[in-house]
Design a protein around this ligand. Structure first.
Ligand SMILES: *Cc1c(COP(=O)(O)O)cnc(C)c1O
Length: 227
């Protein structure tokens, strides 16, 4: 069941990339495993997906100890500064850097561990009040400042679109994130801006058409989450 779901998602990514004239290999699928137990995650690993996303530090740390070391863990949720220390060595990519105090904390903990943390800046493109993230206008300055932190490497941008019954409605959100990244790319030494994390179960095909290099998908793979 899970393997079938996964194949369907991968096929749709291939088709969406084709519609946009993109190479599907440029789109990384992160399977979002929040609330999902390890026994249901193994089928995904068996299909060769080793990029997994969690939105809570506690749960990520637990699964880090339960699942193979080869897993690349993506932190995709709102991160409290006091949780950074616990997970800094476990996380391959932080998708949700949304404020300066968090940048300072990730930088500090990364340097203490002699690593450089790869991060994406979360942007609130739609302006929804309930969403975390930088406002688009502050992204460039934030990235410039963050480039001065030696424990952090800004790789790109992440956004969450508002829920829409018709995903076409949120196409401008994804397009604007891509344009924002284009605007910053090449202008700040050390800031690659080569990653765009956008697209979830409801809207990933549109996101891929608009240039997503990472999609974060839970429900379409594992089914509806309890609770
Ligand atoms: C839960 C979550 C997802 C996955 O959502 P689905 O709709 O289940 O695919 C993606 N990104 C973030 C930040 C999430 O919290």
């Amino acid at each position: 069941m899970i393997a079938d779901n996964l194949r369907r998602v991968r096929q749709k990514i291939v088709e969406a990339a084709a519609r946009a004239g993109r190479d599907p290999n440029q789109v990384k699928l992160v399977a979002v495993t929040k609330t999902i137990l390890p026994e249901k995650i193994y089928p995904v690993l068996r299909e060769g997906i080793y990029d997994l996303g969690e939105n809570r530090a506690q749960e990520l740390a637990k699964k880090y100890s339960q699942l193979p070391l080869e897993v690349n863990w993506h932190f995709i949720g709102h991160l409290q500064t006091n949780k950074v220390r616990k997970i800094i060595k476990m996380v391959k990519l932080f998708h949700s850097l949304d404020r300066w105090s968090l940048a300072v904390e990730i930088d500090k903990r990364a340097r203490q561990n002699n690593i450089i943390a790869d991060v994406l800046l979360q942007v609130n493109v739609s302006g929804e009040e309930t969403k975390f993230g930088l406002v688009p206008e502050e992204v460039k300055d934030f990235a410039s400042e963050a480039a001065g932190l030696s424990g952090i490497r800004v790789r790109g941008l992440m956004t969450m679109a508002p829920y829409a019954d018709n995903p076409e409605e949120v196409r401008p959100v994804f397009r604007n994130l891509r344009l924002l990244a284009n605007n910053v790319r090449g202008k700040i030494p050390g800031v690659a801006m080569d990653m765009l994390s956008m697209g979830m179960t409801n809207d990933y095909e549109v996101a891929v058409e608009e240039g997503a290099t990472i999609v974060r998908i839970g429900t379409a793979i594992f089914g509806e989450r309890a609770g």
